[in-house]
Design a protein around this ligand. Structure first.
Ligand code: MG
Length: 448
């Protein structure tokens, strides 16, 4: 059995002459309505809406469907009043409503909204906006044309795309949140969040334990920031949840820790809701038209819960997985060793030309080994060959490596570089063999 504690505050603000906001606290139903229309019509609209919501909701068993129908009846009431009275033509109102519905383990906080009044949730110290505004700037944000920060100060931020009272029927957005002990739901008109930053609001909600004190403090801050609009706040605290959160935490305690602290906080809330759905296995699925609560993603978490309940299957699968990984790693190592050792190359051992077994430079920790020295030194081979020898000339077998060394010897014998030329060269270049490249004939192209 969920127990709630409620605080509320409303204020005309510093600029407006009348307070056209209205609020409803009729446990388990709560709402905020922000009316609009000339000559006090806004106040008529918001009052008509909350009264119609109250009577329609309480005429049925508390349920998400009852809340949705209540908001539709509120729309109808405002529409009918405007049709009946020419002075009220065009009036309308927003509505943000929350109701504790269901029973036992199936209790949920049902949330509905039309317009730009909002419902927020403070959980584990983090404030999240549950509803989405029906406003022009929110459409721009959704399509990527504006950032949320730009929308907050946009000159067209007061243009609404959906309100109650503009047509005989209205589309209502709904959300579901599993209420947990410590949750604090905030319903507010734009006179609050238009003046007070969400971070400041979150700070107040964390600091003031009593919901009435917190609501009054939020109104005081909105006035201190300019009070340009009517300000209305309803706070609904979950002071007991029938140990729903305790049972979820007990299940979560079996889970391994998360990788980072930041993710842990987010995941814990989501995971806890997922665990609650596990516990509430008899719960009927949400209607298809109900928006999924952004704080409670489903899917993967259900699988995780199964793994927690059957640890022996995890152990077997982990062992099998490790064995497969080791086999793959062993095969890879063998292939690498074969590749690294199954070759020879002709290279340099200081000044001497040598034949090695392996790959030049080695592969991983398989280093090449010296097989034999040839009778050649770096002075005996053409400079163009030296570059190749420095890198290592790879051959598929020892025989091929020896043949390559033989060709180097043949080339060296055919060079016949005059001594005087080399001396001149040394005088000019400081003794390098590099300039004598002009005298080297092209290497033989045919294999002996
Ligand atoms: Mg307003």
């Amino acid at each position: 059995m969920t127990t709630l504690r409620v605080g509320q505050a409303t204020d005309v603000g510093l600029i407006r002459q009348q307070n056209e906001d209205n609020l409803l606290v009729a446990e388990p139903l709560f709402a905020v309505a922000d009316g609009m229309g000339g000559h006090a019509a806004g106040e008529v609209a918001s009052l008509a809406a909350v009264e119609a919501l109250r009577s329609a909701f309480h005429a049925n068993e508390p349920s998400m469907a009852a809340l949705r129908e209540g908001v539709r009846q509120a729309n109808r009431a405002v529409w009918d009043r405007a049709v009946d009275d020419d002075s009220l033509t065009g009036m309308g109102t927003t509505m943000a409503a929350a109701a504790l519905v269901g029973s036992g383990d199936n209790e949920v906080m049902a949330i509905a909204n039309v317009g730009d009044s909002r419902v927020y949730l403070l959980r584990d110290g983090e404030l999240s906006q549950i509803t989405e505004d029906h406003s022009l700037v929110q459409d721009y944000v959704r399509s990527g044309q504006l950032t949320a920060a730009e929308a907050a100060n946009h000159p067209q931020r007061n243009i609404l795309t959906r309100v109650l009272g503009q047509a005989p029927d209205v589309e209502v957005d709904t959300f579901e949140v599993t209420p947990l002990r410590g949750d604090r739901f905030l319903l507010a008109s734009d006179g609050l969040f238009g003046e007070v930053a969400d971070e400041t609001t979150a700070s107040v909600l964390r600091r003031f334990e009593d919901p009435t004190d917190a609501a009054k403090e939020l109104v005081r801050l909105a006035r201190a920031h300019g009070g340009g609009d009517n300000i209305t706040v309803v706070l609904v605290d979950v002071v007991d949840d029938g140990d729903r959160s305790g049972r979820a935490s007990a299940v979560l305690a079996a889970e391994p820790p998360r990788t980072t602290e930041g993710r842990a906080g987010l995941l814990t809330s989501a995971a806890r809701d997922a665990q609650l759905r596990e516990l509430d296995s008899d719960a009927a699925p949400a209607p298809a038209s109900t928006a999924v609560n952004p704080l409670a993603p489903d899917g993967s978490w259900t699988g995780r819960a199964e793994e927690v309940r059957e640890p022996s299957r995890i152990t077997f699968r982990v062992v099998a997985f490790v064995v497969v990984i080791l086999l793959i790693a062993g095969a890879g190592l063998a292939a690498t060793a074969w590749y690294a050792r199954n070759a020879f190359y002709v290279g340099l051992d200081d000044e001497r030309i040598a034949i090695y077994k392996g790959r030049p430079g080695g592969v991983l920790w398989f280093k090449p080994t010296l097989v034999e020295h040839t009778r050649l030194t770096t002075d005996d081979v053409a400079p163009s060959r030296l570059l190749q020898l420095r890198d290592g000339k790879v051959e598929p077998s020892l025989l091929e490596a020896r043949r390559y060394a033989g060709r180097l010897a043949e080339e060296a014998a055919s060079l016949e570089i005059p001594d005087s030329f080399e001396e001149d060269d040394e005088d000019l270049t400081g003794g390098s063999t590099s300039t004598s490249v002009v005298t080297v004939p092209p290497p033989p192209t045919s294999t002996p």
